[in-house]
Design a binder for this molecule. Structure first.
Ligand SMILES: *Cc1c(COP(=O)(O)O)cnc(C)c1O
Length: 219
């Protein structure tokens, strides 16, 4: 299957309110260009260096999403151009993003990553940490970041009920958060769902899916 065909098949299956992030990590620029030429403008990468290299080389109307774990000392490399950072899971990281955004005279959109999976290894905040982050004075003082919503990854399992439970949980955290109208937030995004589970994620309320291998093939 070609990238173009994969892309149009997936796009046709997505409801209108769901945004597709084409996860292009490890793939060569030629593959990304094939998706670009088929109309895709949002790409997701999980390494800052690789994303920066691709940004330099590719058309400037692309929106680059950082979907991986972010090291604080590397934020400065993507601060001039990154469109959305999905994996924010500490106040310290948010402070660095705010600082680098200010240096670049812009506001950087972020998602807070929640720990919804059973596995210990996945990154993310729990609900208590989310509440205290949003309530902190340091957070309130940030002028150069904006929180658009939440991101989460389900447990790596075949058990659909388990995955459904975790996605539903993330959506319910999002809904309660929206009701509290927190500062520095414009809550409109729930980033959940990858190649193997995006249909389920959409049923559970996802508004943004991150799809890699179903578009570009295995890695
Ligand atoms: C790699 C990756 C994806 C895409 O995974 P596929 O299974 O290839 O669709 C989505 N989200 C994150 C955070 C990833 O690292």
């Amino acid at each position: 299957m070609s990238i173009k065909v994969n892309l149009s098949t997936i796009k046709a299956s997505l409801p209108e309110h769901v945004t597709l992030v084409a996860v292009s990590k490890t793939k060569p620029v030629a593959d990304l260009m094939e998706a670009y030429e088929a109309g895709q403008r949002i790409f997701g990468e999980n390494k800052i260096q690789e994303m920066t290299d691709k940004w330099e080389e590719m058309p400037k109307d692309i929106q680059w999403h950082m979907i991986g774990h972010v090291q604080t000392n590397k934020v400065k490399f993507m601060a001039p151009f990154v469109s959305l950072i999905h994996g924010v899971d500490s106040l310290k990281l948010l402070q660095e993003i705010n600082k680098q955004a200010l240096k670049n005279n812009r506001v950087i959109d972020c998602l807070l990553q929640m720990h919804i999976a059973e596995e210990e290894t996945k990154f993310g905040l729990d609900e208590k940490e989310l509440t205290s982050l949003l309530a902190s004075e340091d957070f309130h003082n940030m002028k150069n970041i904006q929180i658009l919503g939440l991101m989460g990854m389900a447990t790596f399992t075949e058990n659909q009920n388990q995955i459904k439970k975790e996605f539903t949980h993330l959506k319910s955290i999002f809904d309660s958060l929206q009701a509290t109208k927190p500062v520095n937030c414009k809550l409109n995004t729930v980033s959940m769902g990858m190649s193997g589970d995006y249909q389920l994620a959409i049923e559970c309320g996802s508004t943004m899916v991150r799809i890699g291998s179903s578009i570009f093939g295995g890695r």
